[in-house]
Design a protein around this ligand. Structure first.
Ligand SMILES: Cc1ncc(COP(=O)(O)O)c(C=O)c1O
Length: 478
């Protein structure tokens, strides 16, 4: 029995209504309401516990999703109740090795004591105010980001897409300040930048655009070129620099606002950028008064073995974005900028209610201090080498199934050979059956993204499972 007695005072059309109600989970989900006036209606809410019990969802989580949740994801029929380090425990009590980490997010793994303490301490003290005020935790996290990167200033938000929206606005604003009425941001084919409309328009994968256009068009001002193709990039810049007649006739000017790239394409198939390509992108931005912007949402925050993916390419972006690992699984995003880019947006020109609140920043600060431990990033590189050479050995032994092994640090992909009779999703499914969680990247790559605190023996265990999975498939394909 869950009895509760609530009293609510509501002001409606000059009539003050005192509504008193009693609800009981054993009777019905809806409850009665007595009012002193008939001019307004209100009723008590159904408590989550009542719904959960009464609809029988406790035994059927899939049905609860089916009945109530947008079908925006293809989900595995699997739920977890707890986690510890690299291990997740399902509702059925089975344990899994987690080489997904919430897709490159939980870098400290699960059930991390330091993260739990930082967040619980902060939430009991002060979790949210507003950016109307100075938030010390936000200032401190921004200082850490600035101290450990080329950035001079940081804007905080909640997700990767939102961080990228900030970058896009910043680039457009800078172009506008330089009399470009039609700013173009050059992005890469197979890139991924998020699901909000502008970030999605920057995303160079038409399958994600389908049905979201206006007259078939997404947000304008984005052009896509093949990743790592230097000639295509040069040609695109030249093309954009010629303002079409209709724009010119209206007194407008087209120009390159930014080149916006992932240092390593994650969703696109774990494809590292080439240093020569990024050097060219830097030069083109310099000669066109445009910004080089890097999306570090997946590869950043230590996953590559460097704090930022662009460091691997020895290039300095004007703007770069982060999210995912920044809070270790607590939602937070950041758009960082250096030099001129750091001062483009002024008061009132961008914002986010939750952005950089004390709770999210407390999580970010814990992640930051753990990444700053001497030798931590070196450890990521070392573990990454171990995983990579294990995957290469599997590729070597089963060349009919596994092709190239790519990636940096603990963001690795094993390419599944085209036309071999199996696809990346099959191997991910087989691995899950065997107790190892993996995720696909693009159409034909299996992605390995364990927490950065993964142990050597866990890498070896994962490799052994994956080897078995590949061997079984190879045998069945003979
Ligand atoms: C490179 C990159 N950018 C942006 C995003 C979008 O991040 P979010 O889902 O937090 O909006 C993702 C998500 O996978 C990503 O991998």
């Amino acid at each position: 029995m869950n009895n509760s007695r609530r009293k609510t005072t509501i002001t409606h059309d000059d009539t003050t209504i005192a509504a008193t109600s009693t609800s009981s989970s054993s009777s019905s989900c809806s409850s009665s309401l007595r009012m002193s006036s008939t001019s307004a209606t209100t009723k008590d809410l159904i408590s989550p516990d009542d719904i959960y019990d009464n609809a029988g969802y406790e035994d059927d989580i899939a049905k609860m999703f089916d009945d109530n949740v947008f079908k925006t994801y293809g989900r595995y029929p699997l739920s977890f109740v707890s986690g510890s380090g690299t291990t997740l425990t399902s509702t059925t009590g089975r344990t899994y090795l987690d080489f997904v980490s919430g897709i490159s997010t939980c870098i400290l793994g699960h059930g991390d004591v330091g993260l739990a303490k930082a967040v619980s301490t902060q939430i009991s003290q002060l979790h949210h105010v507003s950016n109307l005020y100075l938030i010390p935790q936000q200032g401190k996290l921004a200082s850490w980001l600035v101290a450990n990167s080329v950035a001079d200033k940081v804007f905080f938000c909640n997700s990767g897409a939102e961080a990228n929206e900030a970058a896009i606005k910043l680039a457009r604003r800078h172009a506008s300040d330089n009399d470009i009425t039609h700013p173009v941001i050059i992005c890469a084919e197979q890139g991924f930048h998020g699901r909000t409309l502008a970030a999605l328009s920057a995303t160079g994968q038409p399958k994600y655009h389908r049905g979201f256009g206006y007259g078939g068009e997404m947000v304008r001002g984005f052009e896509h070129v093949p990743y790592n193709d230097m000639d295509a990039l040069k040609n695109m810049v030249e093309e954009i620099n010629v303002t079409p007649k209709d724009i010119k006739d209206e007194g407008g000017k087209r120009g390159v606002a930014a080149i916006f790239l992932e240092p390593l394409q994650g969703e696109g198939g774990v494809i590292p950028g080439s240093a020569a390509y990024f050097k060219l992108a830097r030069e083109l931005c310099d000669s066109n008064n445009a910004f080089l912007m890097c999306d570090e949402v997946q590869v950043g925050m230590g996953r590559s073995g460097s704090l930022w993916g662009h460091e691997k390419l020895d290039v300095k972006p004007d703007v770069f974005t982060s999210a995912k690992a920044l809070g270790g699984g607590v939602p937070i995003g950041a758009c960082m900028a250096r030099g001129e880019a750091a001062n483009v947006l002024g008061p009132g020109e961008h914002g986010s209610t939750y952005g950089g609140n004390p709770l999210a920043c407390a999580a970010g600060l814990e992640v930051a201090s753990r990444l700053s431990a001497p030798g931590f990033l070196e450890g990521v590189s070392r573990l990454g080498e171990r995983l990579k050479s294990g995957l290469e050995s599997i590729a070597n032994d089963y060349p009919g199934v596994i092709g190239e092994v790519r990636g940096w640090g603990l963001l690795l992909g094993a390419e599944v050979k085209d036309g071999c009779g199996t696809i990346a999703g099959d191997l991910v499914g087989d691995a899950m059956e065997a107790g190892l969680l993996l995720v696909t990247a693009g159409a034909n790559t299996v992605r390995f993204v364990p927490p950065l605190i993964v142990k050597e023996e866990e890498l070896d265990e994962a490799l052994a499972i994956f080897r078995d999975v590949v061997a079984t498939r190879a045998k069945s394909l003979q």
